[in-house]
Design a protein around this ligand. Structure first.
Ligand SMILES: NC(=O)c1ccc[n+]([C@@H]2O[C@H](COP(=O)([O-])OP(=O)(O)OC[C@H]3O[C@@H](n4cnc5c(N)ncnc54)[C@H](OP(=O)(O)O)[C@@H]3O)[C@@H](O)[C@H]2O)c1
Length: 174
C-alpha cells in the first residue's frame, strides 16, 4: 500500500502537516497490519477497537515506531464512539488526512435457509451502517481540510457471491 493521501479537487495536502490517520479495527487482523505499516512510515494513527486489552497490546507492539499510536475503545456502529475517535485524533495529532474503514465481520457461514435474521442484521449493521457512520464522521474533518484519503475494505465475496455466506454480498463497495 502507499501511505500517501491522495489530493482531492478543491484542496491540496499541506506538506508540513503531520500525517494523521484514523483506522477502525486497528488492533487485530488486517487493520493491525495497516496500522503498523503506517506507524513504520511515520504516520500518527488513532485506532478503534471494542477491546481495551487488544488496544493495550497494540500500543505495546507499536511503541518505538516513528509514528505514534493512540487507541480508542468503541464500536463502529455507535455514532458517539466515532465522534470520540475523530475528536481524539484531532486533539492528539492535529488534522486528520486519511481514514481506513477496516472494521467488518464475516457473518455466519451457513446456507441462506439456515441464516438467522438476527445474524443477517448484525452483519448489515456492522459492515454497512458502520462504514456509513465512519464515512459520515470523517467527512466533517476531511472536508474542513479540503483534501484527504479514504480507504474502505470489503471481502472478495462482496463482489462475487459464493455458497454458504449469505450475508456477505450486501457489503460496502471497496
Ligand atoms: N480476510 C480477508 O480475506 C479479507 C479480504 C478482503 C477484505 N477483508 C475485509 O478486511 C477487513 C478486516 O478483515 P480481517 O481479515 O482483518 O478480519 P478480522 O481479523 O476478523 O478483524 C475484523 C476487525 O474488525 C473489527 N470490528 C468488527 N466489528 C466491529 C465493531 N462493531 N466495531 C469496531 N470494530 C469492529 C475488529 O475489531 P475488534 O474485534 O478489536 O473490535 C477487527 O479488528 C474486514 O472488513 C474484511 O471484510 C478481508
Amino acid at each position: 500500500m502507499t501511505a500517501t493521501p491522495t489530493g482531492h479537487a478543491g484542496g491540496q495536502r499541506d506538506e508540513h502537516c503531520p500525517l494523521v490517520a484514523v483506522v477502525t479495527g486497528a488492533a487485530s487482523g488486517i487493520g493491525a497490519t495497516i496500522t503498523a505499516m503506517l506507524c513504520e512510515r511515520g504516520w500518527n494513527v488513532v485506532g478503534l477497537s471494542r477491546s481495551a486489552a487488544k488496544l493495550r497490546n497494540a500500543e505495546d507492539a507499536l511503541a518505538g515506531l516513528p509514528g505514534g499510536f493512540v487507541g480508542v475503545r468503541g464500536d463502529v456502529c455507535v455514532e458517539a464512539d466515532l465522534d470520540t475517535l475523530y475528536a481524539t485524533a484531532n486533539r492528539q495529532f492535529g488534522r486528520i488526512c486519511a481514514v481506513v474503514a477496516n472494521s467488518g465481520i464475516e457473518g455466519p457461514t451457513v446456507d441462506i435457509a439456515n441464516t438467522m435474521p438476527a445474524d443477517w442484521q448484525q452483519t448489515l449493521t456492522t459492515n454497512l451502517t458502520g462504514a456509513f457512520l465512519t464515512a459520515r464522521a470523517a467527512a466533517r474533518y476531511l472536508k474542513a481540510n479540503g483534501w484527504g484519503g479514504w480507504c474502505s475494505l470489503a471481502p472478495p465475496q462482496a463482489k462475487t457471491p459464493c455458497p454458504g455466506v449469505a450475508p456477505m454480498p450486501p457489503r460496502r463497495p471497496a
